[in-house]
Every structure is written in structure tokens, then in C-alpha cells.
Design a protein around this ligand. Structure first.
Ligand SMILES: Cc1ncc(COP(=O)(O)O)c(C=O)c1O
Length: 430
């Protein structure tokens, strides 16, 4: 079917669709780091299916595991114990911080986050939760309430008891302070919020180790130690939303929070888990987990086919020594981005870690006025040149979040395309 017919049907029969480009791309096939659209145009996928295709598109080991499972058993409800789920939960416990050993499976990151809050409330007996401005945590009523990002709160639904502290964003500090003289005022703000706007006892503090949807906002090194200590002082558990940052995405470690020297009490993971098959997990300590045991049931929980894909995915990621590999690829990306920043005044900020880095466009480096039209132009320019990237922040940043198996030659190829595309946009902006 040609793209115009697909778009016509989409427009007529679907709602809630979205897209970055003047005319949407329709992807028909994927292999490794590349995808092809319905017209046969090839793209290098440096958005990695929104950070989901950890092993790339249609990795042969993942495809084989899915086929094998489909031939044997497509589905059995979690009412019945299933080998895949038990085996994979053990595999997860081997790569999460040592205290986190018990998993509850679901399908989406949103559900995984919802379950972190449920279990935190059950364990602490408290109801209030501190989240961060700029965070993205999902699309249900609670997910949207925890989220504090323009464009994702339009529904107006609010679950009681959620308060938002300022985001640790040194490039655009909410307090107009400069690191390190600021003394991490953003983290200390949490105490003020707890004391002045809650009952004084909280269930949890939830945060992303690197805030993905907000454009890869990376906190200063001490932020989490200070923030988590304050949350714990008032009875709160620390929930790391690792939906984007798990599985070595940030390099060096399997989970993003390990960079910040804090051990979460509960973690939500999703996206990269099963190379594109739907699967997410809420992982916590046995003590916390046992507070909710048996009281949450979901039909497709621990779906045997998704879990088969997840096992194959993690086997591949372990064999590839992913945390170390991503650290290496991340250094190459960072260096490439710094070189682009030296060349193009449009680039105001380079940030992120590992296979999770991005750039922010500004009209002027002094005023930091967001360059949104220029960023839209970059999406067209990269699309034309066969490169997929992701949007981030409030329209003037992009996310470069390739599959975790990306090789140096892919990054080099992408950097050349970005160089040409940014040169075109910079020229336009002059
Ligand atoms: C940090 C974070 N948490 C939760 C979610 C929600 O995950 P899902 O879209 O799978 O429901 C996302 C999705 O982008 C996310 O980035």
C-alpha cells in the first residue's frame, strides 16, 4: 500500500496518532540499524524505535526466540507459572542493584510506573509522592499526573497527592543559579516541598536518572544523593524510573541510577527490555514486594512471547558486554557532538550519556532563546538524508538514542549526516 493511502486510512480510522515530520514516514521493514519506508527509502535509525530496539531491528536471536515460543505456546495467563517468566526474573535480578530481586511484569512503562507507586504506598502507608518538573512517567491518569511536561498534561486529570520539585537542569536552572555554587538547590527544594505542601510523610520520590522526554536532562553528580536522603528522611522510598535508562543505555553500568551512587528501593523498566516486544517490569526488594503479592493481576502480564524475546535480548546484551560497549560508543557520540557544537552556534548544549545523548538548539548562546523552527528544519533535513532521530524537550532539542548494539561505523555515518544537516539549518538561520 502506498503512503498516501495509508495516511488517508490513518486519518479516517485512527486517533491519537503523532509524528515529527511535515509528512509522516511509514516504516515497512527493519534490519539491524536500518529501516526502509514504504517507498523503499533506507534510514539509519538513531532513535532506536524510541529507545526500544536495544538489539536493533529484528535481531536474528530475538526473532528465533519469538518464533520458537509462538510455535509452542502463544499465551497462558499468569495464573499458571511459566518457565520464561521465572527464568527472566532471575536474569533481571542478576543485573539490577543487589537489593532489588523481585519482579512484577507488565506490558508498558506506564504500567510499570503505576505499580511502583502502588507498592510504595502499600509499603509505607503514606499517600503523597514527589516527582520532578519535566519528568515523563506515562499516559494513564497517574502517569500523566506524575508527568510534568508541556503537551502531556492536556487531559487535566490529576491524581491527588503528587507534588513536583524543580528539575536538576543546570543549563536552564529554575533558580537561575550556577553549579556548583548553587549547593544543589534543586535537590534541597524537595525538603521545602515536603514540609510545606505535604502531610510531612511521603510514600516516594520518583525520578528518571536522566530525564528522557525532557531532552536528556542530566543531573549534577551529587543531585541524587542529596535528593534521595531528603526523601528517605520523610519516610519516602526512592523509585528510579529506568524505563529509558536500563540495560546499559547510559554506559558503564546496567542501570542509570548506578551513575549517581544511590540504590533505588523500586525500579520501573520497559522500552529496551524485549527488543520491541511489549514488556515492562517493576523490580523491588522482597520486603517491599511482599506487601502487594497476589493483589495485582493483569491479563497479559509476563506474556510468554514477550518474555522469550526479553530473554534472548538480555543474552545478546550480556554477550556484547553492553555497559562497556555503550560507554565506548557514548564517548564517540559525545566527542562528535562537541565538534558539531564548536562548528555551529545554533547548538547551545550537548548532554546525556552513552546511547542517550542530545543537543539543544538556541537562537543565541547568551540568551538561550529556544530555536524551535530550526529544530523542525533539522528533522526535515535529517529525514531527507536518511537519518532518524528523536525529538526531546519543548521542541528545540533532539535525542540521539541508537540501539545498544550500535557500532562505531554507524555513529560515524550519523555524525556526517548530522554535520551536513545542521550546516543547512545553520545557513538558513543566519
Ligand atoms: C521515563 C519513562 N517512564 C515511563 C514511560 C512510559 O512508558 P510507555 O510508553 O511504555 O507506557 C516512558 C515512555 O516514554 C518514559 O520515558
Amino acid at each position: 500500500m502506498d503512503i498516501d493511502t495509508i495516511l488517508e486510512k490513518q486519518e479516517k480510522y485512527m486517533w491519537g496518532t503523532w509524528n515529527y515530520y511535515q509528512k509522516p514516514i511509514s516504516i515497512a521493514r527493519g534490519e539491524g540499524l536500518y529501516v526502509w519506508d514504504t517507498d523503499g527509502k533506507k534510514y539509519l535509525d538513531m532513535f532506536g524505535g524510541m529507545l526500544t530496539l536495544s538489539t536493533g531491528h529484528c535481531h536474528p536471536r530475538v526473532v528465533e526466540a519469538i518464533k520458537e515460543q509462538v510455535d509452542k505456546l502463544i499465551f497462558a495467563p499468569s495464573l499458571y507459572a511459566h518457565e520464561n517468566a521465572a527464568v527472566y526474573a532471575e536474569m533481571l535480578a542478576e543485573i539490577t542493584p543487589p537489593n532489588l530481586s523481585k519482579t512484577y511484569f507488565a506490558l508498558s512503562g506506564t504500567e510499570a510506573v503505576e505499580n511502583t507507586i502502588k507498592v510504595a504506598k502499600a509499603y509505607t502507608g503514606a499517600q503523597e509522592v514527589i516527582a520532578l518538573r519535566g519528568a515523563y512517567h506515562g499516559l494513564t491518569a497517574l502517569g500523566m499526573t506524575l508527568t510534568a511536561h508541556p503537551g502531556f498534561r492536556w487531559w487535566g486529570t490529576n491524581v491527588a497527592g503528587v507534588k513536583h520539585a524543580v528539575q536538576p537542569n543546570c543549563y536552564r536552572c529554575a533558580f537561575h543559579l550556577t553549579y556548583p555554587e548553587c549547593d544543589i538547590a534543586c535537590a534541597r527544594d524537595i525538603e521545602e516541598i515536603i514540609l510545606k505542601t505535604t502531610s510531612g510523610r511521603i510514600a516516594a520520590f520518583i525520578a528518571e536518572p536522566i530525564a528522557g522526554v525532557s531532552g536528556l536532562i542530566t543531573p549534577p553528580p551529587e543531585y541524587f544523593e542529596v535528593a534521595v536522603a531528603i526523601a528517605r528522611k520523610y519516610g519516602g522510598l526512592f523509585i528510579a524510573d529506568e524505563v529509558q535508562t536500563m540495560f546499559g543505555r547510559t554506559g558503564k553500568y546496567w542501570s542509570g541510577s548506578q551513575h549517581w551512587g544511590v540504590e533505588p528501593d523500586i525500579m520501573a523498566v520497559g522500552k529496551s527490555t524485549a527488543s520491541g516486544m511489549p514488556l515492562s517490569a517493576t523490580i523491588t526488594t522482597p520486603e517491599i514486594a511482599d506487601k502487594l503479592s497476589g493483589s495485582i493481576v493483569s491479563t497479559f502480564q509476563a506474556h510468554p512471547v514477550s518474555v522469550a524475546a526479553a530473554i534472548a535480548t538480555l543474552e545478546v546484551l550480556k554477550e556484547e558486554n553492553t555497559p562497556a560497549h555503550v560507554a565506548e560508543i557514548g564517548a564517540q557520540i559525545h566527542e562528535g557532538f562537541e565538534t558539531l557544537m564548536d562548528k555551529y552556534p545554533l547548538i547551545g548544549n550537548v548532554r546525556g550519556m552513552g546511547c542517550m545523548q542530545g543537543l539543544e538548539f538556541v537562537k543565541d548562546r547568551e540568551t538561550k532563546e529556544p530555536a524551535k523552527e530550526e529544530m523542525s528544519a533539522l528533522f526535515e533535513a535529517t529525514r531527507q538524508r536518511g537519518l532518524l532521530i528523536g525529538s526531546g524537550g519543548t521542541g528545540n532539542a533532539f535525542r540521539f538514542t541508537p540501539p545498544l548494539v550500535t557500532q562505531k561505523e554507524h555513529v560515524a555515518e550519523a555524525l556526517v549526516v548530522l554535520d551536513h544537516a545542521i550546516a543547512e539549518v545553520q545557513e538558513m538561520a543566519m
